[in-house]
Design a protein around this ligand. Structure first.
Ligand SMILES: [Fe+2]
Length: 283
């Protein structure tokens, strides 16, 4: 079986356990195949689909309809762990899709994203176990599909995908995780903290891979990375910083201090522009 066929099966699988097993098999296939010998079926037709394989539950709803994730109630805490589980489930599909779809890029790109898919599968399995110890399971709460929606919108261009998924959406996880971990530690749930530590460590590496290939594709196309990134943030109406910014983790993940300062400045200007437009519209 080629890696391309295996990735397609994993991506379209609707069973979480099967998707994890197939992702780990794909990583093993990569490990056992010598460099430049992966069968990526470069000439095959790549399927276009609105949704990757996912189970019937969790029910997908708009972000404002998701149950609130409170630390103070047992159900709210389970909903929080479920939300992390769902992010990890989507992250498996995102990584599989990058490896499956953008197969004309260097083989290292495929290997990087297959490895990430296997790591995301591991994260999902670990967090699902934590949820099960609370008496719940993946699918017990509703969830939103924001992460996969961005994958769908960027399916036609790997540069766009690298810019907006790892560098924007996944990088936000680096900002959010330390605060969440601190609250969970206060609750005394050390086992969940240990899972979050694994996730956090690996996610720095995932954002780093996204940064590497974003820079690579910009160089290939003769584009200036920072100027292009600012244009894309405006065009897609995205903000990269929300509240606390984890400068250290972002630097480890390949953002330079200069780039982070420029982006912070750019976002402040955009926010004041938006504020001024609203005021002008009201008058
Ligand atoms: Fe993850």
């Amino acid at each position: 079986m080629s890696i391309a066929v295996l990735l397609e099966s994993a991506l379209l699988s609707c069973q979480p356990a099967e998707k994890c097993t197939l992702s780990i098999e794909a990583q093993q296939m990569c490990a056992q195949t010598p460099a430049n010998a992966l069968q990526r079926d470069e000439c095959a037709v790549i399927k276009d689909f609105r949704f990757a394989g996912h189970p019937v539950k969790p029910e997908l709803v708009s972000p404002d309809k998701v149950i609130s994730r409170k630390f103070t109630t047992a159900e709210g805490y389970a909903a929080l762990l479920h939300a992390v589980c769902h992010i990890e489930f989507n992250a498996i599909n995102l990584a599989l899709d990058a490896a499956y779809r953008f197969r004309l890029l260097p083989e290292e790109f495929t290997r990087d994203w297959v490895r990430i898919a296997a790591e995301e599968a591991h994260h999902f399995q670990l967090m699902r176990q934590r949820l099960q110890t609370l008496g719940y399971d993946y699918g017990d709460f509703s969830a939103h599909n924001h992460l996969w929606d961005m994958a769908y919108k960027t399916a036609f261009d790997p540069l766009l995908r690298m810019a907006l998924v790892p560098r924007v959406l996944e990088a936000r996880g680096l900002d959010v995780t330390p605060g969440m971990r601190a609250k969970i530690a206060q609750k005394g749930d050390d086992a969940t903290c240990a899972v979050l530590d694994i996730i956090y460590h690996d996610e720095v590496g995932h954002v780093q891979v996204g940064n590497y290939w974003y820079q690579y594709l910009c160089r290939l196309r003769g584009l200036e990375p920072l100027a292009l990134f600012r244009r894309l943030l405006s065009r897609y109406d995205l903000f990269i910083f929300r509240g606390y910014v984890n400068i250290d983790a972002r630097e480890q993940a390949g953002f330079s201090r200069f780039e982070l300062e420029m982006l912070e400045n750019f976002e402040q200007n955009r926010q004041s522009d938006i504020h001024n437009w609203r005021l002008a519209l009201q008058n």
